[in-house]
Unconditional design. Structure first.
Length: 298
C-alpha cells in the first residue's frame, strides 16, 4: 500500500479569482510546495500545458503530478463528445504520470456561479439519474482504456454536490467510475464526511483533504453565502486546523487498502493565510495522521 501526499496550488493562487494570489509566480509556488515537504502537486492554471515542459518544471522541484481538474459538461453532451473534449487534458496527465483526472461536471452552471447563493445550483431530476450514470460509466471506460482514470469530484454548486447525490451517483455507476472524496465539500454541502467516506471507501480513488471552520460553515449556510464569499470568510483550512475528523477518515481508508494520493486542498485568501505556513502545517498534520493509520508516507 502506497500513500503519497500532494497539495493543490490553489493554496497560492486561485485560478477562478485572480485577486487571490494571481501575481504569485509558478516558481515560488513549486519551490514552496517542495519546501513544505510534498511529494506532488495537482495542476494549476500557471502550469505548462505541453508534456515535455510540464515534466521538466516538476522534475526541477522533485515533484510528481497527482492529477488535474477538468470542467466537465457530460450532462450536456454524450460520452464520446465529452471524451473528445477532454482528450488533450488526458494526454497531458498521462504523459506526466498522473493516474486520474479530477472530473467535476459543471453542466448547467454559469460563469459567475461561484458568486451566486449556494442554494442557487443545478440539480438532476429523479428520472435523469439512470441515464446520467450510464454516460458517466461510458466516459470512465473510454478514459480507462486511454490510460487515465476518472475520479468524479462531488463539488459545491454542481449536479453532484450533496452526500445523497454522491450516493445516487455511486448507485447508478460501477468501476471504473472512481470517486474523488472531498471532505470539505461534503461538510459544506451539509453532509457528514466521515460517514460518506465509510459508505464509499471501496470506490474512492483520489482524496482531497480539506478541513472546515464550523462557525463560518454554519454562517455561510444560514445566510446563503456564495461559494467564494464563504472562501473569503475562511470556511476552508488545512487538515488539523478545523473540525473534520481526519483520523477516522484515514483509518477507514486504510481499512479498505486505499493506495494513492492524499491532496491537501484549502483555498484561502493568501493575504490572510500565508501559503507556505499553511502548506507546511497541512503536510505535517496529514503525515502524522497517515503514519498512525497507514504506517508510512511517500
Amino acid at each position: 500500500m502506497t500513500i503519497k501526499i500532494a497539495i493543490n496550488p490553489i493554496t497560492w493562487t486561485n485560478d477562478d479569482v485572480p485577486d487571490l494570489g494571481g501575481d504569485t509566480p509558478l516558481e515560488q509556488c513549486l519551490s514552496e510546495i517542495q519546501q513544505a515537504g510534498y511529494a506532488g502537486t495537482e495542476l494549476g492554471g500557471k502550469f505548462p500545458r505541453e508534456s515535455i515542459a510540464l515534466k521538466a518544471v516538476l522534475a526541477a522541484h522533485k515533484l510528481e503530478l497527482a492529477g488535474g481538474w477538468w470542467d466537465g459538461r457530460l450532462y450536456e453532451r454524450d460520452a464520446e463528445e465529452e471524451f473528445e473534449a477532454i482528450l488533450a487534458h488526458l494526454t497531458l496527465l498521462r504523459d506526466a504520470g498522473a493516474k486520474y483526472a479530477v472530473y467535476a461536471d459543471t453542466s448547467m452552471g454559469r460563469h459567475d456561479g461561484i458568486w451566486q447563493p449556494i442554494s442557487n445550483r443545478p440539480r438532476l431530476k429523479d428520472e435523469e439519474w439512470e441515464e446520467y450514470g450510464r454516460k458517466v460509466s461510458q466516459l470512465a471506460n473510454r478514459m480507462a482504456n486511454f490510460g487515465v482514470g476518472l475520479a468524479y469530484h462531488h463539488h459545491m454548486g454542481t449536479i453532484v454536490e450533496t452526500d445523497e447525490e454522491v450516493d445516487r451517483l455511486m448507485a447508478v455507476t460501477q468501476a471504473p467510475v472512481g470517486l474523488l472524496f472531498d471532505s470539505g465539500h461534503s461538510a459544506f454541502s451539509g453532509g457528514d464526511p466521515v460517514a460518506l467516506c465509510a459508505r464509499h471507501a471501496a470506490r474512492i480513488v483520489h482524496v482531497h483533504c480539506k478541513d472546515v471552520r464550523m462557525d463560518i460553515l454554519h454562517k455561510a449556510r444560514e445566510a446563503d453565502f456564495s461559494f467564494m464569499d464563504a472562501v473569503l470568510e475562511g470556511i476552508f483550512t488545512v487538515p488539523g486546523d478545523g473540525a473534520i475528523d481526519f483520523s477516522t477518515i484515514l483509518n477507514t481508508l486504510a481499512e479498505h487498502n486505499y493506495s494513492g494520493w492524499l491532496v491537501v486542498e484549502a483555498e484561502q485568501d493568501p493575504k490572510k493565510a500565508n501559503p507556505l505556513k499553511y502548506a507546511t502545517m497541512g503536510h505535517e498534520n496529514v503525515a502524522r495522521m497517515v503514519a498512525a493509520s497507514f504506517g508510512a508516507t511517500g
